[in-house]
Design a protein around this ligand. Structure first.
Ligand SMILES: [Zn+2]
Length: 113
């Protein structure tokens, strides 16, 4: 059982992480725009470079979206008092594991099995 104050700070940390992800999504938005055919639009970058940047940025964006979904799910568990319990077996997740990844929904056994 988590203390109330502890739950509060976990919520805060999760929200901070989500905020940071959303901020990154915003500042990299330019990179994910479709590559312009007009060379002058991409400046000194060649079209190939621009496409590579776009590809990488899209991949990062996909990962960010997954991370945000995990955080949202973790925040729901915090709200429901379920945070810290494995979603699969219901056992408590070790604090070391949660420290490493606040939004992890599974205990180490279920995650590896
Ligand atoms: Zn488990």
């Amino acid at each position: 059982m988590k203390k109330k104050s502890e739950t509060k700070s976990i919520k805060h940390l999760l929200e901070n992480q989500r905020e940071e992800l959303l901020r990154q999504a915003e500042i990299t938005q330019e990179d994910r725009k479709p590559v312009e055919l007009d060379q002058s639009q991409v400046g000194r970058l060649s079209r190939m470079d621009a496409m590579q940047v776009q590809e990488m940025s899209l991949e990062q964006e996909r990962r960010r979206e997954i991370a945000i979904q995990r955080i949202n799910a973790a925040l729901i568990r915090v709200a429901e008092g379920e945070y810290g319990s494995c979603l699969h077996c219901g056992e408590g997740i070790s604090s070391k594991r949660l420290e490493f990844d606040l939004a992890t929904p599974l205990c180490v056994d279920c995650a590896s099995g």
